[in-house]
Design a protein around this ligand. Structure first.
Ligand code: HEC
Length: 126
């Protein structure tokens, strides 16, 4: 949690009860998808996606809007190298200098935010 809040800076976008600020950013994903631009037609929104909540991640992979990052280790590594280049990439996406152990600790923290998945039964059609 200390890494999440301080050294890795995740908390500046992922905060609140569901670990999201409900805002839109480009975090340098590998993708051609124009994201929020498709809705606003504003150049500055190219490649921006909504900050997702981080609860239940153990059950929701693969990750990012296109599922390009298969594991949480992959996602954390993408952040650690500062994401892929993009003109709209958020300035907070820069190399974080996390050691291999720190990457693993951050993944362990993300995994700790998954409870038992809720049981959802199929609605009965009368
Ligand atoms: C600038 C804001 C911002 C910062 C800082 C940030 N994130 Fe994110 N995060 C996002 C956005 C936006 C997405 C969705 C990106 C996409 O789908 O292309 C995302 C996606 C994710 C996902 C994928 C969730 C899913 O269900 O697919 C994880 C996991 C994640 N972030 C963890 C982290 C961690 C760990 C850090 C710190 C190292 C961090 N984030 C820092 C905005 C941010």
């Amino acid at each position: 949690m200390d890494l999440f809040i301080n050294k890795a800076g995740c908390y500046s976008c992922h905060h609140g009860p569901n670990l999201t600020d409900n805002n839109y950013y480009n975090v340098g994903p590998k993708s051609e998808d124009l994201g929020r631009y498709n809705v606003t037609h504003n150049e500055a929104d190219c490649g921006k996606f909504r900050t997702p909540g981080l609860r239940g991640l153990n059950f929701t992979g693969p990750y990012l809007h296109n599922g390009f990052e298969v594991t949480l280790e992959d996602v954390v590594h993408l952040y650690n190298v500062g994401g892929n280049a993009h003109p709209n990439k958020d300035p907070r996406l820069k190399p974080l200098g996390l050691t291999e152990d720190e990457e693993l600790a951050l993944v362990a923290f993300l995994r700790s935010m998954s409870g038992t998945p809720p049981k959802i039964s199929q609605p009965m059609i009368p």
